[in-house]
Design a protein around this ligand. Sequence first.
Ligand code: PNS
Length: 161
Amino acid sequence: MRRAIYPGSFDPVTNGHLDIIQRGCKLFDEIIIAVLVNPDKTPFFSVEERCEILREVVNEIERGDCHLTVESFEGLLVQYAADRQANAIVRGIRAISDYEYELQMALMNRRLQPRLETVFMMPAEAYSYVSSRLVKEVFQLGATIEGLVPPLVEERMRLKK
Ligand code: PNS
């Protein structure tokens, strides 16, 4: 049983995240999409809203035989991964600029939990510039985010406006 954790803020989930989940489904039997509870940040969507949105949108994607679940987590990622008996952490890398931070996290996580592997995956080029932060910024400034996020996310963002 190959079980991976795909952790993140997912505020909001983008089509880039969904692309990574679909690719991960080819490698793992189960992926737990884990939404970080971060009291330091003021999010656009609450953790509960993000989990609810994720659950709906991952239902629509091509997942093969991979079992997908969505949960929130607090504290150290490696501890959460151990509690869930996961073998790997999945992270998406869009560009070299992501790599430095991701490498630091991967190596720190390896130091803390040597048996847990980090797997970096590349999304489709079409999503190489898509981030939750920019999606929120352009949306709040009135631009369209069609094609960057699932339609449900855009709908839910409009309701918040
Ligand atoms: O989507 P993000 O915000 O880039 O995800 C970052 C995340 C959730 C992967 C990272 O902040 C994390 O793992 N936080 C949990 C706390 C932890 O384990 N910190 C040490 C990381 S080396």
